[in-house]
Design a protein around this ligand. Structure first.
Ligand SMILES: [Zn+2]
Length: 275
């Protein structure tokens, strides 16, 4: 029997697999490019589609050949072709991060196209949250509530939430409610303990969104990881004199990082759910 792509032919199978990897890596780089647009424009309430990319300094439109993820930034040595003002290294960083996230998704769930696409989309939104919160100390509802809604919609495909579609749906909805309650409780406790707001409503809605993708245990793990990482970062900043004791630190980047990790792996101890 002749088939166009015979899986019994090792060369064809290897080429087919390599094409899959290249597809996800390139898709990630391109969506990372779009993430840069979201990070810049969403907090400013501007359209994500119009106008096309332009230099933030001289406003000149960026030509397609200067808009290739990572490569253009390297070739132009991080400068605008028109005004030669520097272009932040954050642009290629976001593209590389997204490319790496998409590749990791395919590595973890190779062959599960529907779920891989959903998980890649969630990771893209989480990275946008992290950078927007760094810039503005705000997490747009479009991203946090969008994550919550999408997490529930894609729950039947979510292999990290059990085996049966209905059970996955229940775990996702329960995770969203648990995440909301947990973050609200931690925020209320923190406000009592420190006498000021340590976490905002944006963080609370974000952990609701995270719970919809990772379930209650995942929301808990995310909170544990984010709290340790955030506290360590804060202590380091204060110790190195970069930050006053009462200066605010955005918590969204730590929640996003914790959630990204948790989507792939659950903390081994799973405390207190598997005691
Ligand atoms: Zn320019």
């Amino acid at each position: 029997m002749d088939a166009l792509i015979s899986t019994s032919d090792p060369d064809a199978a290897a080429a087919f697999a390599a094409a899959g990897w290249a597809f996800w890596a390139l898709l990630g780089l391109c969506l990372g490019s779009f993430s840069n647009v979201v990070i810049h424009r969403l907090p400013r309430g501007r359209s994500l589609v119009r106008p096309g990319s332009h230099c933030p300094r001289c406003r000149r439109a960026v030509a397609a050949y200067d808009n290739i993820p990572v490569l253009s930034w390297v070739l132009l040595r991080g400068r605008c072709r028109n005004c030669e003002k520097p272009i932040s290294w954050r642009y290629p960083l976001v593209e590389l991060l997204t490319g790496a996230a998409f590749t990791a998704v395919w590595w973890r769930w190779e062959g599960q196209w529907g779920w891989a696409g959903a998980a890649a989309g969630a990771l893209t939104a989480l990275s946008c949250v992290a950078f927007i919160d760094c810039d503005t100390f705000l997490i747009p509802d479009e991203l946090s509530l969008g994550l919550a809604a999408a997490g529930i919609v894609f729950a039947p495909l979510n292999p990290t939430l059990g085996d049966a579609a209905l059970g996955r749906l229940a775990a996702s909805a329960g995770g969203a409610v648990f995440g909301l309650g947990l973050c609200w409780a931690v925020a209320a406790l923190g406000e009592k303990a420190f006498g000021r707001e340590a976490m905002g409503g944006g963080d609370i809605k974000l952990l609701m969104g995270v719970g919809a993708w990772t379930g209650a245990l995942g929301a808990f793990d995310t909170m544990v990881l984010a709290s340790f990482a955030g506290a360590a970062h804060g202590v380091w900043l204060i110790a190195s004199g970069r930050l006053g004791r009462r200066d605010p630190i955005p918590f969204g980047p730590f929640l996003s990082g914790g959630a990204a990790f948790t989507l792939f792996y659950r903390l081994p101890f799973g405390f207190p759910f598997n005691l």
